[in-house]
Design a protein around this ligand. Structure first.
Ligand code: SAM
Ligand code: SF4
Length: 405
């Protein structure tokens, strides 16, 4: 279908009525890693470098950047004129790209999309000697926020997780990020194989010693189709994992980091704009291999996914066909989709935001809201949709109330 026909189709009347379009973010997926971690189910592909270096060959990077440009250009009619509030360059391991390549990517974007003043531009980086030496270059390329995939500072735990870096490299990477960036994030995981409360406490002490403005701490999950699913490691039971979460919340709180989302902790003024936009059911265009998009139109919400394999993605993107699947979110599915995101936020969202972003009337959730309040899972405030403390502890039970009947 030609572009004008496609747009006419997306703009035609439908059962939703959105009074305004939400903020728009851009996600860029860079799909390569030095080694695939045994717990990881993200779209990441091992880069086998015969030369043993930590850089992607220039030709590979150049070809991928060309595919991203073609992808973005083909997507422009769907987001015409809308300013971008945040960019997230994620992976994979984006820090395998050289600073000049990241600079090229950011100027390719700037030349095609209007960025909101002060647009947050996050890049995911892994610890490692090569990567660390690039942090200054990333900042000069226009990156405003670095997110470092530390996972743990403990050599033995990192080995169990199949990571290519050790504790000393984790510390060196965070120290460099703290010096170079005004705001940065550390990714940690907990409930690691054979982890004790004391070991987690050590990891937290090391992370907090750098006074990070933002910390993400994820419960290690054993995902299907990973090596850990085939050979499951012994991980802490539910009681210990719950004590671990209490420890994380207490120790971060004592350092002035507020738990504002299930896994995210931030000092005032350092919450992640990009992730907040996801949780508030904002729009995002995702470009790159396997990237997901959610785009709103006056009468519909569209979801897209791009070709997953890097080679197929690059071939198809250059031919103007980066999208492998798309569908309109059904009216009956919107309440649950909205709540899957919004209820992860400690303070939830305003009811008004639900009405604006789904284009649905209050009656679409009236019954579920009443049930949630009766069960003590939702706060009583009629103008907000927010979990109580109990609701936050039983989040999936609360979210399921909003499933289509
Ligand atoms: C997809 S990774 C990309 C960042 C970078 N490549 C890295 O691994 O450090 C983003 C984050 O997701 C988290 N993550 C990945 N797999 C996970 C799993 N199975 N359980 C919990 N967290 C996971 C890790 O904390 C990781 O930093
Ligand atoms: S480095 Fe990150 S993205 Fe790559 S395989 Fe490991 S967890 Fe997945």
């Amino acid at each position: 279908m030609s572009h004008p026909d496609r747009l006419v189709e997306l703009m035609r009347p439908g059962t939703l009525s959105l009074p305004a379009l939400p903020p728009l973010s851009l996600y860029v997926h860079l799909p390569w890693c030095l080694r695939k971690c045994p717990y990881c189910d993200f779209n990441s592909h091992e880069w086998r470098s015969d030369a043993g270096g930590a850089s992607l060959p220039v030709d590979t990077a150049r070809a991928y950047l060309a595919a991203l440009r073609a992808d973005l250009e083909a997507a422009l009619p769907l987001i015409w004129g809308r300013p971008v509030v945040s960019i997230f360059i994620g992976g994979g391991t984006p820090s395998l790209f050289a600073p000049e390549q990241i600079a090229e990517l950011i100027s390719d974007i700037r030349a095609r999309l209007p960025l909101e003043a002060g647009c947050e531009i996050t890049l995911e980086a892994n610890p490692g000697t090569f990567e660390k030496d690039r942090f200054r270059g990333f900042r000069e390329a226009g990156v405003t926020r670095l997110s470092i995939g530390v996972q743990s500072f403990d050599d033995a735990k990192l080995k169990r997780l199949g990571r290519v870096h050790d504790g000393a490299q984790s510390r060196a990477a965070v120290a460099e990020a703290a010096e170079v960036f005004e705001t940065f994030n550390i990714d940690l995981m907990y409930a690691l194989p054979d982890q004790t409360l004391g070991e987690l406490d050590q990891d937290l002490s090391q992370a907090l010693a750098f006074r990070p403005p933002h910390l993400s701490v994820y419960h290690l999950t054993i995902e299907p189709n990973t090596r850990f699913a085939v050979e499951p490691p012994p991980v802490p039971d539910a009681d210990l994992a719950s004590d671990m979460l209490d420890l994380i919340t207490a120790r971060t709180g004592a350092m002035g980091l507020e738990r504002y989302e299930v896994s995210a902790y931030a000092r005032a003024g350092h919450r992640c704009t990009h992730n907040l936009n996801y949780w508030q059911f904002g729009d995002y265009l995702g470009i790159g291999a396997g990237a997901h998009s959610k785009l709103s139109f006056p009468h519909r919400v569209l979801r897209q996914v791009r070709w997953r394999e890097p080679a197929a993605y690059q071939r198809e993107a250059l031919a103007g066909r980066a999208v492998s699947n798309e569908h309109e979110v059904k009216r009956a599915e919107l309440p649950f989709e909205f709540m899957l995101n919004a209820l992860r936020l400690k303070d939830g969202v305003a009811l008004q935001q639900y009405l604006e972003r789904t284009g649905l009337p209050p009656s679409s959730i009236a019954r579920a809201m009443a049930q949630g309040r009766e069960k003590g899972l939702l706060r009583a405030d009629p103008a907000r949709i927010a979990a109580t403390e109990r609701g936050f502890d039983f989040l999936s039970d609360l979210q399921e109330l909003f499933l289509a009947a």
